[in-house]
Write a protein that binds this ligand. Sequence first.
Ligand code: FAD
Ligand code: SF4
Ligand code: SF4
Length: 369
Amino acid sequence: MKTFEDLVKEVQKPGLCHRCGGCVTFCSAVNYGALELDDNGRPRYKDVTRCIECGICHAICPEIDDLTDETRQNVDWKPPIGRILELTVARATDPQVHRQATDGGVVTGLILKLFDDNLIDGAIVTRPTGRFRREPHLALTRDEIINAAGFFFDTSHGMKNYSDQYLTYSTIEAFGAVIKKGVKRLVFVGTPCQIETVRRMQALCLVPSETIKYCFGLFCSGNFVFAEKQRKQLSAIGGFDWENVKKINIKEDLMIHLKDGKNIRIILDELEFMKRFACYFCRDYAAEMADISFGGVGAEDGWTSVIARTTIGKSILTDAKKSVLEACNYDNAASTAKKALKLVTKLSARKKKAASANRKALEAHAKNK
Ligand SMILES: Cc1cc2nc3c(=O)[nH]c(=O)nc-3n(C[C@H](O)[C@H](O)[C@H](O)COP(=O)(O)OP(=O)(O)OC[C@H]3O[C@@H](n4cnc5c(N)ncnc54)[C@H](O)[C@@H]3O)c2cc1C
Ligand code: SF4
Ligand code: SF4
């Protein structure tokens, strides 16, 4: 049986750990308490004597392929970018949600609808906690769900909506609160790597993954570090002042919306200096294992591209289109969806190709050492 030591050798040492926190979450949830996250979000032994060598931390790691086939089967995954039952470009009809959101506010709109219909008790999201900070959060009220909307920052809520260490492990950490509060029906919002970990936990029926009724995945071209040094370099590249920034989001490029109405686009290739190392090896752009995936790419500003992947995901979306969502009408809806799908497929293929090349280079480097 492989153990956490193997995870360190196979995943952490080569720099492939996404810091999704899955290994620590399971170990803590079942009260083994052998693992913890360090201050930088890296898993480590907290108390090696408490490790019973069950090997589960190793099996559920998204970098380990043992459960790939099973998890894919469970969501009826299809090449090249997962199952697609529908692609729609939409936005939330609630002006407050739309104003606060990253793109069209569809993620938040759908969570609120499920909450109002009493189909969930809450959602695992990340919430802004101060200037440049977000933290994992179990949102159990409408206000908490709305306050978690958004991606980076928006001056309407005071430049607090992004974190200097934009780590994906954040949402999974909120699992701890799920157990303490005894909630049973949740939406989990996360990046593709986080969704993958949750799916693996679900494949093994591990606590507390049974509480996740719906997985909402965000498209992801990478996790970028926005610490002071990186912010300085980015403002030099884009020729803008952070004090003048109103909102940021990632689509095909990084979009910086300034208070004076100007928009700056920076191609993602220019952000390599701030990309997290493990993200260079990631193959999933479009959250292929989610019930519904969301991104700004392929949609005009203020709209979200939405892919329903499972039958439950499609029924949530269909229901919401009759109430809390407005489907796009700025163009021919069918051709907008087609164009968005083409773009998502292209970006997914590009990410997979880059990941394979980077893995080969990493392996070659390890052999030559
Ligand atoms: C790291 C990252 C990279 C992304 N890269 C791309 C990209 O390359 N192309 C693209 O089209 N879209 C990308 N997205 C998705 C995009 O930014 C929007 O989240 C998506 O379009 C949904 O917008 P919305 O207005 O419908 O969501 P909203 O209604 O604003 O809701 C967003 C939800 O995401 C949650 N959230 C925010 N940050 C995180 C995080 N770090 N981890 C987990 N949950 C989080 C919030 O709590 C909220 O519930 C990325 C998102 C993240 C977090
Ligand atoms: S990728 Fe996730 S599960 Fe794997 S070692 Fe890192 S934190 Fe643990
Ligand atoms: S690119 Fe996105 S999904 Fe992939 S490891 Fe990085 S944060 Fe996770």
